[in-house]
Design a protein around this ligand. Structure first.
Ligand code: ADP
Length: 393
């Protein structure tokens, strides 16, 4: 009997919030909130029901960027939930709306998590197709707790092209992977300046770093947003660039990111993510993806004898228990030393995967019959598993 490989389903009761997508960055000032605000506005204009949580409690800038006055506290619904503000078709909640200004809140870590939980669960979002979470910058405890608190569909990582930013972005990506949050891709912001008079492009902060980091890590590159003074004006005036000048070069760059994130959009059908493979039972053929890392398999099939992976250079078969023992999640392997924490004697001989789903276009999530379901197995790791025990089929 073959298993059906499918996308993990969002856990109730958050299911009506659609896809929860975190927008993250290794450090502040790289344009994370700008990307969140412009993406939210584009998705709303495309007919999706969009919510945006300004999770950057220490420096809430989303209300200003979307032209939302923060001087009146939000109303409460009869059910006791906070009614979000709405601008440019996007529903928004922000700390600035609760404190009445955009001064950074002074909060300890546990309070941050408490507020963020409240922003997701105690706000009257009604039904959404997508809820964007503009995370605080950094790769610390708050981000980790957040990533573990909600069933995130994935994270978009924003970076500028400088090496130092990219290094921090890389760390952020690793952190997200450790907590099994799929990386939807990297956005390179402030990527070259287009001269308004001559049209020539100057790469002020280097060029192409985001794409090469994405390729190196095997995650999608979603696009590059140019440096454009109109983006600052849009942020200051409360009308995002994609609304104010939708045909500008930078607005079109945001559209490219939105396309890469959503694939073909069907408002009634909600948000379709790229590289979500839905494999027919027994057939094991992923829908062809237009792009992806070179090491992506061409076909996958699972039956009682294990997982068969069709690589461009031939098919290989992996034993179910071998797959279980190879799990590299934080519970099974020491993150720092790489030493195995999983005792093979405790893994039943007849362990089998009970559910397999696609994680972005670079990994599989696998839940096993011994109850273990927190690991993700990258295609790179699957490839590395094909040691002496692997047999050609
Ligand atoms: P973060 O959320 O990462 O701290 P912001 O989105 O607040 O960063 O952006 C920081 C500043 O940089 C803002 O003034 C914003 O208008 C500006 N900015 C962001 N992206 C661009 C860009 N592509 N071109 C020009 N200015 C930008």
């Amino acid at each position: 009997m073959s298993a059906v490989l499918r996308q993990a389903e969002p856990a109730d009761p958050l299911a009506r919030l659609g896809r929860l997508i975190a927008v993250a960055s290794g450090k502040g000032g790289v344009g994370k909130s700008t990307v969140s605000a412009n993406l939210a506005a584009i998705l709303a204009r495309r007919g999706l029901r969009v919510g945006l949580v300004d999770a950057d409690l220490y420096g809430p800038s989303i209300p200003g960027m979307l032209g939302i006055a923060a001087d009146t506290p939000p109303a409460m619904s009869p059910g006791g939930k906070v009614i979000p503000a709405e601008a440019h078709g996007v529903k928004v909640i922000s700390m600035a709306m609760l404190t009445g200004d955009d001064r950074p809140a002074v909060l300890r870590g546990p309070m941050v998590t408490k507020y963020l939980r409240m922003f997701v669960t105690q706000v009257d979002w009604s039904t959404l197709d997508v809820l964007l979470l503009d995370l605080p910058p950094g790769t610390g405890d708050t981000q980790l707790t957040l990533a573990q608190s909600f069933p995130l569909a994935g994270a978009v990582v924003v970076s500028t092209p400088q090496d130092v930013s990219l290094k921090i972005a890389r760390r952020g990506i690793r952190m997200m992977e450790q907590v099994s949050v799929p990386i939807l891709g990297i956005v390179e912001n402030m990527s070259g300046f287009t001269c308004p008079s001559c049209g020539g492009v100057t790469h002020i902060f280097h060029q192409g770093g985001g794409r090469s980091v994405a390729e190196g890590l095997g995650v999608p590159f979603l696009g590059a947003i140019p440096l454009d003074p109109a983006i600052v004006d849009g942020g200051d005036s409360g009308v995002p660039l994609v609304v104010d000048s939708p045909t500008s070069l930078a607005a079109r760059a945001f559209e490219v990111v939105a396309d890469a994130l959503t694939g073909d959009l069907a408002p009634s059908g909600g948000l379709r993510m790229p590289f979500d493979w839905t494999l027919a039972t027994g057939a094991g053929r992923p829908a062809p993806a237009s792009h992806g890392p070179a090491g992506r398999p061409l076909a996958l099939d699972y039956d009682a004898t294990g997982l068969t992976i069709g690589w461009p250079d031939g098919s290989r078969h992996l034993d179910p228990r071998e797959l279980r023992l190879a799990c590299r999640c934080a519970a099974c392997r020491d993150e720092l030393t790489g030493k195995a924490l999983l005792d093979p004697a405790k893994v039943p001989l007849d362990v089998v995967p009970v559910r397999i789903w696609s994680v972005g276009n670079y990994a599989l999530g696998i839940a096993f019959s011994d109850g273990h379901d927190s690991g993700i197995c990258t295609f790179e790791a699957l490839r590395a598993l094909e040691g002496s025990e692997a047999e050609d089929v």
